[in-house]
Design a protein around this ligand. Structure first.
Ligand code: 5GP
Ligand code: ZN
Length: 114
């Protein structure tokens, strides 16, 4: 999709701190981290949000979760725990309209969300 920030990051057109990738998924550090570990996991292909992927390519959702687990191990937070978040639409607080999962960890996270 033209003019999509995360499409540009996935293709290398806009730089990002990429920590892991596969042929279909890319993981890179959030530019405004909310925890010591804050990594975004995105599909290379454009999808508006995670529910849209679940409809058309559920295996891709599994691949995103698998890469998140790999990054959690690489970042050393698999033992202490982490949180996967996917914000969808206005009420969910989604600000970038390219599907992504947040991996957060490295400190005790609060619950419930505000
Ligand atoms: P959302 O609010 O849509 O769930 O999350 C979007 C995330 O993308 C935010 O946490 C924001 O900090 C991050 N973000 C926005 N622009 C950029 C960017 O240019 N580079 C990186 N690495 N992260 C970004
Ligand atoms: Zn996109």
């Amino acid at each position: 999709m033209s003019d999509c920030l995360f499409c540009a990051i996935a293709s290398g057109g806009i730089p990002a701190d990429v920590v892991a990738s596969t042929d279909r998924v890319v993981a890179f550090r959030d530019i405004q981290p909310q925890a010591p570990v804050h990594v975004l996991i995105i599909p290379r292909a454009h999808h508006d949000d995670v529910p849209s992927i679940a409809d058309v390519d559920p295996t891709l959702v599994a691949e995103m979760f698998a890469l998140a687990a790999q990054v959690a191990r690489a970042e050393g937070i698999d033992a202490t725990g982490s949180r996967l978040v996917t914000n969808t639409g206005a009420d969910g607080g989604q600000t970038v309209p390219h599907a992504h999962v947040h991996l957060l960890g490295g400190r005790r996270l609060s619950w419930p969300p505000g």
